[in-house]
Write a protein that binds this ligand. Structure first.
Ligand code: HEM
Ligand SMILES: *[C@@H]1O[C@H](CO)[C@@H](O)[C@H](O)[C@H]1NC(C)=O
Ligand SMILES: *[C@@H]1O[C@H](CO)[C@@H](O)[C@H](O)[C@H]1NC(C)=O
Length: 524
């Protein structure tokens, strides 16, 4: 069956290759977009079919092109530049001084169409009218319940981490080798689902595995779909859709009995007995809108959207943290510094399972922020489309017209030595060191740049209107995970560090890296 499907796919491609070339040239070249007033990077204008060839080269050269443009135009002249991208067609990259453009109101600068390219709800979620995103109840749940006031999650997260390590992994004082990605995914899947669905479903390994598979299909499938010209998407979209929706339906079947039970209990239960998790908050919010939103299938799909937006990004973050920390030349110093901080705060707060205690882990916070800084997830982010009729004025006679695509040079900014000395070096205590033994420790809480702080030199949470509302919750959670691991285990990176490679706009995650892990002797 699978083979037949592949054969069919190959046949469709072979027949349509010449047509495809024409369609790519028509829909993805700069003629299909409003003219850019800026210089182009990555197009060799003297070549035959220069733009189409540049488009295909962007698969491997997006990072190189953005870096070149950043050095040539942004650093020297404070100017934007444009480049071809197979996924986005033609995109203009803002210089750091103009990131403020990303704060424009929604009508001037659209994020919805870009989000739809990333999610492809028509093909991958059975939602061609994009209703799940036009009324994004799942995002409102995060915004209302998972922002600054996150103390509530600390104890259940601590419990979940401890349960997974003691009942699931069961590492001993004998060394075990695990893949960094697999290890991170298992931790994050458990912990995030505890907040989304609560016990016992967050421990259902089948559900966790299948929702991770769904996330991969959504991320990789949507990139393939949106890299094709619109007139070709129907060829490939449905095939990717079938694969994706099979995973989604499997997950829904596991979640639906719980959802139905919660819906039945909704009228009866008094408020004090309500479970505290995203599912429950979602049901309460959905009840106040269109009755359609209370269908178990719709609620399950919204939970799936939260799983894919939170679990993939967090697994990426945790994998990088482990590789950066345990692959660092100064690993021993960093680990010793983190352990002593954990011990001190544990003693002061009788443990690390309250928000008050976790908030005191400043070196831990710095380690996480530094890893997010040194290992950005993509070359360009965020990406938006100009929506205002009059376009956007970038000064000195430069206008971005309606329909133009703009983005921020995420990776280049994080590696700019004007903002960070030794920018390619992972320096775990970069953000906390200034407060050590300086007599200004009391100012640390208000003055240290914390993981959750967003500014124009730190774009891991996005920038402008759609900045990640899950960052307080996940920053606290990552600190809890890392303190647990650092305190209880000895870890080393197996082999050499992988050099980060880029593919289209992605920076490839460290999926091949492995770590050796064993329990520390004197820790029970
Ligand atoms: C380390 C992990 C995470 C990273 C790096 C991250 C990063 C981001 C980024 C960059 C955006 C903005 C996208 C854009 O502007 O186009 C975003 C949006 C969002 N994130 Fe996160 N995120 C993480 C974890 C989470 C978690 C755990 C949750 C939920 C519990 C979450 C919920 C959301 C939501 C709901 C949005 C959409 C906001 C909107 O469109 O207005 N994120 N995230
Ligand atoms: C991760 O897990 C998958 C499937 O369980 C396995 O095939 C793969 O080899 C693992 N990766 C690493 C790096 O250990
Ligand atoms: C997950 O939940 C489903 C549905 O409740 C159940 O059939 C299955 O056995 C569970 N799997 C595991 C590994 O707990």
């Amino acid at each position: 069956m699978a083979f037949l499907r592949q054969l069919l796919l190959a046949a469709r491609f072979a027949l349509l290759l010449p047509l495809a070339f024409v369609l790519f040239s028509r829909e993805k070249t700069k003629r299909a977009f409003p003219p850019s007033p800026f210089q182009f990077v990555g197009v060799q204008t003297d070549q035959f079919m220069a733009w189409t060839r540049a488009l295909f080269r962007s698969v491997t050269s997006t990072a190189v092109n953005v870096n070149e443009g950043y050095k040539t135009f942004s650093l020297k002249h404070n100017l934007a530049f444009s480049l071809p991208s197979l996924t986005y067609g033609c995109i203009t990259i803002l210089p750091p001084s103009q990131l403020d453009v990303l704060n424009r109101p929604e009508a001037d600068l659209l994020s919805h169409p870009i989000q739809m390219e990333v999610m492809q709800p028509g093909y991958l979620m059975g939602d061609p009218d994009e209703l799940l995103f036009k009324n994004p109840i799942q995002f409102e749940v995060v915004r209302q319940h998972m922002t600054k006031d996150i103390g509530f999650f600390a104890a259940s997260t601590a419990d979940e981490i401890h349960h997974l390590f003691s009942e699931g992994f069961r590492f001993t004082s004998k060394q075990t080798t695990v893949g960094v990605w697999n290890f991170s995914l298992r931790i994050v899947g458990r912990v995030a689902n505890r907040a989304l669905l609560g016990l016992p479903l967050c421990r259902n390994e089948t559900l966790l595995e299948r929702s991770a598979m769904y996330a991969s299909v959504v991320y990789f499938g949507s990139t393939i779909i949106s890299s094709l010209p619109t007139s070709m998407r129907w060829l490939v979209g449905p095939i990717i859709g079938v694969v994706g929706r099979r995973h989604a339906n499997f997950c829904k079947q596991i979640m639906e009995p719980l959802i139905e039970e919660r819906l039945r209990a909704r009228d009866k239960a008094d408020l004090t007995e309500m479970p505290n998790d995203a599912l429950q908050w979602m049901i309460q919010k959905s009840a106040r809108s269109d009755p359609n939103n209370l269908k178990p299938d719709v609620i399950a799909q919204r939970i799936l959207i939260l799983q894919i937006t939170s679990i993939y990004t967090t697994t990426l973050a945790l994998s990088h943290i482990l590789v950066n920390l345990y692959g660092s030349e100064s690993k021993d110093d960093f680990v010793a510094g983190l352990r002593s901080e954990c011990e001190r705060v544990t003693a002061e707060h009788q443990g690390l399972s309250t928000k008050q205690a976790i908030d005191k882990l400043y070196r831990m916070d710095s380690t996480i922020r530094e890893s997010l800084r040194v290992s950005p997830f993509s070359v360009i982010a965020p990406i938006r489309i100009v929506g205002s009729e009059g376009g956007i004025d970038l000064g000195e006679g430069h206008y971005l017209q309606k329909g133009a695509r703009v983005g921020a040079p995420f990776q280049a900014i994080h590696h700019d030595d004007r903002y960070y000395t030794n920018p390619y070096k992972f320096d775990a205590f970069r953000f906390s060191r200034a407060f050590e033994g300086s007599g200004i420790g009391h100012r640390q809480h208000s003055e240290q740049e914390l993981t959750v702080n967003v500014n124009d030199r730190f774009l891991s949470w996005g920038y402008g209107r759609h900045v990640c509302p899950g960052r307080w919750y996940i920053s606290q959670t990552l600190k809890q995970i890392l303190s647990y691991v650092v305190q209880k285990y000895d870890i080393s990176l197996q082999g050499e560090r992988e050099d980060p490679k880029s593919l289209l706009n992605f920076i490839v995650p460290p999926t091949k890296s492995q770590i050796k892990i064993k329990k520390r002797d004197h820790i029970r």
